[in-house]
Write a protein that binds this ligand. Structure first.
Ligand SMILES: Nc1ncnc2c1ncn2[C@@H]1O[C@H](COP(=O)(O)OP(=O)(O)OP(=O)(O)O)[C@@H](O)[C@H]1O
Ligand SMILES: [Mg+2]
Length: 232
């Protein structure tokens, strides 16, 4: 019997709006995937593609201490622009998961390139009317790309959620969108900002970040569920 070659599942994190938590979501999800065991009983091999010329993700991973590197490889690929998907396809057999942190660009050629090859796109949306409004442009782009890449699944992720009536109203509104809203959400927590500064995952921050760590664990469980549970 021919041995099945495992290829990476590709998750894009995209939203045209700046500051919507794309990089935080990308690194949080990839860090958690990177510390989990794979089906072959080793740690998942995770690649983060930083598709944003600002290279925030690259900078975050670089700030990790030498004795505790960030549990995923982070590579800047913004310069490939519309050819990025070809470069990523060359990496498919080297990783279990590839997470693409998309730029907040109106000129969306890099984002399009990511969506062409992604299995799942997560659209993070913070709780403000402007963010809810502007995510529609990203959803329209996703719908167009799904014609070419029909396997592309899309979900909304509520981020920076607070215990306010505005957050509740935004969650209610997002739940009415055609694109499903993830059950999991990321609350507004300083732990996410601390993890960025330390180049680490919230799980590694210890007791103080317990709530963030369990939120992230549930988020990644749900991502794996959407992807079909297994890396196949
Ligand atoms: N859940 C959260 N709780 C608290 N702060 C958060 C959370 N998520 C993101 N932030 C903060 O919000 C800011 C923007 O987040 P981030 O850089 O992830 O957004 P982005 O969409 O990647 O931005 P850009 O469009 O510039 O690439 C950062 O300062 C980040 O620390
Ligand atoms: Mg970013």
């Amino acid at each position: 019997m021919k041995e099945k070659i495992l290829t990476a599942k590709i998750i894009a994190v995209a939203n045209q709006k700046g500051g919507s938590a794309k990089t935080t979501t990308s690194l949080t999800v990839s860090g958690e995937l990177g510390i989990r065991p794979s089906i072959e009983n080793r740690s998942n091999r995770v690649l983060v593609v930083d598709a944003d010329a600002q290279e925030t993700a690259v900078a975050w991973a670089r700030s990790a201490p030498d004795n505790r590197p960030f549990p995923a490889t982070v590579i800047g690929m913004a310069s490939y622009a519309g050819k990025m998907h070809r470069e990523i396809q060359r990496q498919l057999e080297n990783y279990d998961y590839i997470v693409i942190d998309c730029p907040p660009s109106v000129d969306t050629i890099t984002t399009q390139s990511a969506l062409l090859i992604a299995d799942l796109v997560i659209v993070p949306v913070p709780p403000s009317p402007a963010d809810v409004w502007s995510c529609r442009a990203t959803l329209a782009l996703i719908e167009r790309i799904q014609v070419i890449n029909p396997g592309l699944k899309a979900v909304l992720l509520a981020t920076k959620i607070q215990r306010t009536s505005l957050s509740r109203a935004v969650l209610d509104e997002l739940a009415t969108f055609e694109v499903p809203l993830m059950r999991s959400r990321m609350a507004h927590r300083t732990a996410y900002q601390e993890a960025i500064l330390a180049g680490t995952t919230v799980a590694a921050l210890g007791r103080d970040a317990r709530a963030a760590a369990s939120e992230v664990s549930a988020l990644v469980d749900e991502v794996l569920e959407i992807l079909g549970g297994q890396n196949d």
